[in-house]
Design a protein around this ligand. Structure first.
Ligand SMILES: [Fe+2]
Length: 385
């Protein structure tokens, strides 16, 4: 048996953002707070959204100070803003960081406490202010997950917070908002989405519902990831990628992520590597480590991603999965930790701490092959070979 949690409303397709007033009416929101970041302001997306609301006669206010890889301190100002007026909903506009910030603001603004009090293994299922999520990248799938990630800057730890309380009530999935995303961010977020689908499918918490979403996501992402990286104006590929990232989000939110994400968060927290990039650095090595424990499942991933032929044996498909993941990192110009500028001495000094943080996040225990701390340390060190 599986418990499946989804947004109540999803508006999907080019131009879907114009449906925002109807979405607000259907949840009886009269005064939403828009939570976003400075990039959305510069790109003119905030203006566009506000004019849609103005034309519909809806009063709104805005908080634009969310930051990439949000910290506990960074969301406090958002909570203060939320409490400054009688807002009845939160509109999250932006990439995963803006949506994750909005989730924390919507829940902690209503229930108080510190991020630490909401961290895994606690399950927080009480609804905060209703959230309408409008993603502008095809990546985290945060618009349809019951997860938010906030960094505790005091301990350099990315805290995973889970529960139905973090699920948006509505998601507006409009690929036109992703057309102007730069190639580097397109690649990083796209790899994140692909990793969600693979990890949901091989997770020990996988179930028939999450499997069907994960396979559909991989079929959309596999053939289109290189295309959107090389030609951001390819609308067909952009549409496939954002739909794929949403389905991958649904898949992992209703199963789990696994070892890649468990080990990726500490790299992000310690060395400020964008989330998708640290996933990409780890994905080939973690797949190699895990492969034998779930060969049929990894082979099915390779076929769904179109990295292997439907007729390939499991062994051949798994081999092709490994080689394609390595090739893909090269094609998408994913840097090694060294090329990214990480100091090797510092990295090696904290590998043990990173492995322990990975373990306490709970994600590695969902992996088909559950690693020891020493095995995670070995994988971290392999990234430098
Ligand atoms: Fe992710």
């Amino acid at each position: 048996m599986s418990t499946i949690v989804l947004p109540r409303i999803m508006e999907v397709g080019g131009g879907a953002i114009t449906r925002l007033p109807q979405v607000l009416q259907s949840i009886r929101s009269k005064k939403p707070l828009i939570v976003t970041d400075k990039v959305m302001v510069q790109l003119g997306y905030l203006d566009k959204l506000q004019s849609i609301l103005q034309d519909a006669g809806i009063e709104s206010d805005v908080y634009t100070d969310t930051v990439p890889e949000p910290t506990a301190a960074s969301i406090q100002a958002g909570i203060k803003k939320m409490k400054s007026d009688r807002f009845d909903a939160v509109i999250a506009l932006g990439g995963g960081s803006a949506i994750d910030s909005a989730k924390a603001i919507a829940v902690m603004g209503k229930f108080g406490g510190t991020v630490n009090e909401y961290r895994f293994p606690r399950q927080f299922n009480e609804p905060g202010l209703p959230i309408i999520a409008i993603p502008t990248t095809a990546g985290t799938g945060s618009e349809c997950t019951r997860v938010t990630i906030i960094t505790d800057e005091k301990t350099d730890e990315k805290l995973l917070c889970i529960g139905a309380g973090f699920m948006p009530i509505a998601a507006i999935i409009d690929y036109e908002l992703t057309i102007s995303v730069p190639a580097r961010t397109t690649a990083d977020t796209g790899i994140d989405a692909m990793t969600h689908a693979i990890e949901a499918y091989v997770s020990q918490k996988a179930n028939p519902y999450s499997d069907s979403q994960a396979i559909a996501a991989m079929k959309l992402i596999g053939p289109n990831l290189r295309k959107v990286y090389h030609d951001g104006n390819n609308k067909v590929a952009r549409e496939a990628m954002i739909l794929g990232s949403t389905l991958a989000g649904i898949a992992f939110s209703n199963a789990s992520v696994a070892l890649v994400h468990g080990m990726s968060r500490p790299i992000g927290a310690f060395f400020h590597v964008p989330h998708g990039l640290s996933n990409a650095m780890l994905l080939p090595a973690v797949t190699r480590f895990s492969l034998d424990a779930a060969k049929e499942r990894y082979a099915e991933c390779a076929r769904a991603l179109t990295f292997a032929k439907p007729t390939d044996s499991d062994n051949v498909a798994c081999e092709k999965l490994l080689t394609t993941l390595v090739d893909l990192n090269e094609a998408l110009s994913v840097p090694t930790p060294e090329q990214f500028g990480i100091d090797k001495t510092r990295f090696f000094a904290v590998v043990e701490t990173m492995a322990k943080q990975a373990e306490s996040s709970g994600s590695p225990s969902n992996n088909p092959r559950v690693p020891t701390i020493a095995e995670m340390v070995t994988i971290y060190k392999q990234l430098w070979n």
